[in-house]
Design a protein around this ligand. Sequence first.
Ligand SMILES: *Cc1c(COP(=O)(O)O)cnc(C)c1O
Length: 434
Amino acid sequence: MTTDGEFQVQGLPVSEIAAEFGTPLYVYDTDVLRDVYQGLRSRMHPGVDIFLSLKANPNISVIGFLGALGAGAEVSSLAELETARRAGIDPQNTIFLGPGKTRAELEACAAAGLHAVVCESLEEVEALDGLAAATGLDRLPVMLRVNPDFRTKGSGLAMGGKPRQFGIDVADVRGARRRLKGLRRVHVMGLHAYMGTRFLNHEDLVHNTREILATAESLSEETGIELRTVDFGGGFGVPYFDNETGLDLSALTEGINGVVGEFLEGRPECRLINELGRYLTARCGTYVTRALFVKESMGEQFVVADGGTNHHMAAVGVGSFVKRNFPIRSLTRYAEEPVGTYTVTGPLCTPNDVIGKRVALPPVAAGDLIGVELSGAYGPSASPGLFLSHGFPAEVMVHGGAAHLVRSRDTVEDLLGKQRLIDFRSPLTTSQGA
Ligand SMILES: *Cc1c(COP(=O)(O)O)cnc(C)c1O
């Protein structure tokens, strides 16, 4: 088979990657990951540390790669905490947040020596204080996640500035002076705010940053909370749909750097953190499926592929009226122009398993590789991988021109190994009727 005109990752033809690791799979390109990170790092004020939100892509080699470039980690579960640790992220470059931390998680946070635990309620701060006392810890660093009261616009999904389970309302932080004074073992050393995800307008993000830093400043003055660190969130978007345009990175960083520069003049010792998931990882990833069948139904052409929304729930499309498609390409005929439209579906027995509706593609034949681009964020980990028991796909990272398996595909044994069959055929051994 010729590899002319097919999609390549660092010079590797996608057909070779698929032949070696099977399909469906995710491919991550470290050249893209590096360019995105360095592009931001080189423009962003040096006083701002960039953390990866593992939620967007929890693969250990993704955080390992970014960590080697200098990124920190924002984690929200025991497994994410351990992922960051094993990937070599310094605990001082790791923070743990999340609205519902269990006692086991709080204990692990306390033991890990993190830069900070981000607490999302006063009750949680007090629980952590008690836990620190019980385990003999002193000055356990804590940041308070604030739910700001300013308005934000332009987010695909707002997480602050309205009633939310996240963070502590600004008014409650103001009123908590006495409660915070009563804390013995935790050291409230900073504030955190995150306004939401998928912002594509730099002015909205600069506005968020300015307002969050101003909120932190005034809360610190009113309550005496120290500002060793302020995490001003992120939510930088990437354009998925053809009606969207990407962030103007120069305008964005110029705006943020101006706000940050001013803030740091008054507080040169304050550490600033910008936590990002989607922006850092979306572009490096492609979801690769193989067309099993090409068929027609009532005048519509369908490509039935070996993977679908079970691995890529995000591609199901957002918007209730017009479902928009992620960028979907024929990877086999990557260089060719579209000739027709195909609806690309997966293997699930549900009509919702549609990755793209009426996608313009070159001619598709069974066996062709079809790819969903911009898929390095919120892929497998945000998808119902157990639905119909297909399990999760392989993840492959292409680095230095070579393909590395960074997560093996789930096998039938992986899926069944956790299940237990009760022995229904032998006589009951319970004390029935006793
Ligand atoms: C989800 C989340 C992020 C990452 O969001 P992206 O839009 O993917 O960058 C960062 N911080 C918090 C608190 C989050 O909940």
